[in-house]
Ligand binder design. Structure first.
Ligand code: EPZ
Length: 421
């Protein structure tokens, strides 16, 4: 178990380069299996989820060259020419939520797929019924037995799928399967997240015909084959938001570089409402806060609403606000496990179902705490940076899944952080 020891109470000052977006990388990497030649995927973050996907692609017979350089901005060359169907061991898929994208890819390329159901995680049940609804609409037989999803179809045929719920994973998985299907697939009530668009851009560069990504209706005209191509992953706006909130919570001044400001609109709007000054200069966003935040209300929604992955970090900022804030988590049914840990640091938060009522306090104090999931870990790091005294955070491996070189980046911002593996 790795842990971070943080001595808080110091304003963060400086700039941090944001890496490639985790949730795009874990969609584009499996998508490279659809092509019949090598693809180069650039701007990959040096995170655990990317390393696990590289292992999975190798397990499936691909040649994977290069590893995301420790300096970030890594590139992988994936050559799928020897890709062949294989069962994926649960030991691999349980380490990576997004292993379910292999279903859409193997169904399209091999005509059948067997992927262990990804474990739930600490934010909710993580169902995949909408993914399977899409595969069945495309003509696949789908069963779930002994925790393994099996899907098969000699050839997928295009269909119209109306998603019951806006689902990023289902939108992406159906898009992946539909690229090589016979005919046209229309996904209605599709997710509009920037990484849905990023994946569509990769697929179209590889010869697919995807239109409408970024809107709630996506049309995919099936093609015979895709060829390898080069694609740079978009920046990770969740990582950017996390560092901006850390800057605000420590009453410092932080600039995040290599971002697409548009992707951060809902987060910037909320931070400004809470009293932060935010300045945009090209692909740099700078945040400054020199006093207590104002209490604001937050409701998480699909993009372009406030992102659920930033709910836990902003809860920490609001725990220090003047007044009472209401945070409503409308996406996941239990994404408040960080609250129990935050209470140990002096917050005053009451959780009722999917709502957290946050009475702002004027200071947090350091304490031993434990990360329960990726973004909860990020929230605890922010709390530790803002708190007086020392905090030890265990379970930091969870943070490694989505934040590349976090210790190094925090130290560069002036934080007093030591990592013990
Ligand atoms: C993706 O998860 C992200 N993960 C999550 O980020 C993120 O929180 C989520 O999108 C929402 O933005 C990856 O991209 C790997 P959904 P995903 O399908 O695709 C329900 C992080 O911290 N639903 O958009 O699994 C579901 O229960 C992670 O980086 C169904 O009911 O999320 C949820 O309430 C955490 N049936 C809602 O839809 C389905 O078949 C949104 O889920 C699928 C989803």
């Amino acid at each position: 178990m790795a842990r971070l020891i943080i001595r808080g109470g110091k304003p963060l000052r400086g700039k941090v380069r944001v890496g490639g977006r985790k949730n795009s990388a874990v969609a584009v990497l499996p998508a490279t299996l659809l092509a019949d030649g090598p693809s180069t995927v650039e701007n990959l973050p040096a995170i655990e989820d990317v390393r696990v996907y590289a292992e999975i692609l190798t397990h499936l017979g691909c040649r994977v060259a290069g590893v995301p350089a420790p300096s970030g901005n890594g590139a992988l060359v994936v050559d799928p020419r020897d890709f062949a169907f294989a069962e994926i061991p649960y030991a691999l898929t349980k380490r990576l939520r997004a292993s379910y994208y292999l279903l859409g890819v193997m169904l399209a390329r091999c005509g059948h797929a067997e992927v262990p159901l990804p474990g739930g995680c600490d934010i909710g049940l993580r169902p995949i019924d909408q993914h399977l609804k899409g595969f069945r609409a495309l003509g696949a037989e789908v069963t779930i037995e002994h925790g393994v999803v099996r899907a098969s179809a000699p050839r997928l045929t295009g269909a119209t799928v109306y998603l019951d719920v806006v689902s990023v994973g289902a939108t992406i998985n159906i898009m992946l399967a539909a690229t090589l299907a016979e005919g046209t697939t229309i996904i209605e009530n599709a997710a509009k997240e920037p990484h849905v668009v990023d994946l569509a851009n990769y697929l179209n560069a590889a010869g697919a015909r995807v239109q409408g990504a970024g809107t709630d209706v996506i049309r995919i005209r099936g093609v015979e084959r895709l060829q390898g191509c080069t694609h740079a992953i978009i920046p990770d706006e969740i990582e950017a938001a996390t560092y901006m909130i850390a800057g605000a919570a420590t009453r410092g001044e932080v600039s995040v570089e290599n971002v697409i400001p548009k992707h951060l609109d809902p987060v910037v709007a909320k931070l400004q409402e809470a009293g932060a000054e935010v300045e945009e200069r090209g692909d740099v966003l700078s945040i400054r806060m020199d006093r207590r935040p104002r209490a604001v209300n937050v409701k998480t929604l699909p993009y372009p609403g406030f992102p659920t992955d930033v709910q836990q970090p902003i809860t920490v900022l609001l725990s220090l606000a003047e007044g009472t804030s209401i945070v409503t988590e409308s996406i996941w049914e239990s994404r408040f496990k960080h609250v129990d840990e935050l209470k140990r640091m002096g917050t005053n938060i009451r959780v009722e179902g999917r709502t957290a009522i946050i009475e702002g306090v004027d200071r947090l104090t350091g304490a031993p705490v434990r990360a329960t999931d990726l973004r909860a870990g990020a929230a605890l790091v922010i709390a530790a940076l803002a708190a007086e005294g020392q905090t030890e955070i265990s379970g930091i491996e969870l943070v490694d899944r989505g934040y590349e070189r976090a210790t190094e980046k925090l130290i560069a911002l002036g934080a007093d952080v030591v990592r013990e593996d």
